[in-house]
Design a protein around this ligand. Structure first.
Ligand code: PHE
Length: 347
């Protein structure tokens, strides 16, 4: 374009000016740096530019064309010079592109928090950790041996029925209690033992406000050469008072579990009504919170311990139930629905 013929016709001049008007100003405006602006200045205003060529050709035009096109060309040239000057000044003043404004508020990062079930597990385990219990875990897919047989649950016991346990096609099952972990730990280790085992358990219950096909339990086991029922009572007292308050009263009721003998169900005085009777405790004044007992000799035999040489106790509790009691939650399904309006209350 710089090698244009010597003499331009008025039409050619007209289209040059037209082109400058539509493109030059836009390109100058878009220049992102001084290095992009200088070539534009040369292209539009340089000695070999079409503008210079046009101005030089004016002399050969008829007088009316010369006046009209000359005035227009000078006006466009002036505006070009001005626009380049302004752009140059703006680019020199502009801060470098990567500059950061440290005064801008940061993008908010939402804070995560423990799920109320996880938090309850941590609270419970931390009480037992102060008593030197160790956190252990088992597995969720188990065999009949760990879920039943080794726990002294006879073949004809109703809980072995498919109505109370999820069985897999391969003959395994989803554990229905964390007592399985007692067996797994005792098989691998020798006494003395103090362990707590939190984890998920599964039962084919119809889901409602107080039942779920999956929930959490915490199992506890202590074995030593002399660990009596009095030790069990002491540990449970300490634990429940830490969880429900130092003024709580604790009650042991005789019960039956195949893997403990004797066995008890443990109640804590209702912390809402202080055992007066209210809707949380069903007017009874007491809340049933766990099962426990001295380890049955048959269980020791199943893991190869000599029942004449060791003694122990075990206990188990439902995490959801304890969390619901402590926080006044009336529907177990709230734990699994992932509704932040519910979960945020525990953050
Ligand atoms: N495994 C029992 C249950 O699921 C609870 C329990 C554990 C009872 C340990 C006694 C000892 O109900």
């Amino acid at each position: 374009m710089t090698d244009a013929p010597d003499i331009l016709s008025p039409d050619a001049m007209h289209s040059i000016l037209e082109d400058i008007e539509t493109n030059a100003f836009r390109r100058i405006g878009e220049a992102a740096g001084l290095a992009e602006l200088e070539p534009l200045r040369i292209e539009y205003l340089g000695r070999k530019s079409r503008m210079s060529h046009l101005l030089r050709s004016l002399g050969g035009l008829a007088p009316e064309d010369r006046t009209r096109l000359g005035a227009r060309a000078n006006e466009v040239r002036k505006r070009l010079e001005e626009s380049i000057r302004e752009k140059e000044a703006a680019l020199k003043k502009a801060p470098p592109k990567q500059a950061l404004d440290f005064t801008l508020p940061g993008a908010p990062v939402p804070r995560g928090a423990e799920h109320p079930i996880t938090r309850t597990i941590h609270e419970i385990v931390s009480v037992f950790e102060r008593l030197n219990f160790e956190w252990v875990s088992g597995r969720e897919i188990e065999t009949e041996f760990y879920n039943f047989t080794a726990l002294n649950i006879p073949l004809d016991h109703p809980s072995r029925d498919a109505f109370d346990t999820f069985f897999t096609r391969g003959g395994n099952l989803l554990r229905s209690q964390t007592s399985t972990v007692q067996i797994r730990v005792m098989e691998k280790r020798k006494p003395p033992l103090r362990v707590v085992a939190p984890g998920r358990v599964y039962r084919p219950d119809t889901v409602d406000a107080s039942h779920s096909f999956m929930f959490h339990q915490i199992e506890g086991l202590m074995v030593d050469d002399r660990t009596t029922f009095a030790d069990l009572k002491g540990v449970i007292h300490l634990f429940l008072r830490a969880l429900f308050g130092e003024t709580s009263r604790i009650r042991f009721r005789p019960h039956f579990f195949p893997f403990t003998e004797p066995s008890v169900e443990v109640d804590v005085s209702c912390f809402i009504c202080r055992a007066e009777g209210c809707s949380v405790c069903g007017q009874k004044g007491w809340l049933e919170v766990m099962g426990a007992g001295s380890v049955d000799p048959a269980v020791f035999q199943a893991v190869g311990y000599d029942p004449r040489k060791v003694q122990g106790f075990a206990f188990g509790m439902g995490v959801e139930r304890l969390a619901m009691l402590r926080h006044g939650i009336n529907d177990i399904r709230l734990f699994y629905e992932n509704d932040l309006r519910f979960l945020k209350q525990f953050a």
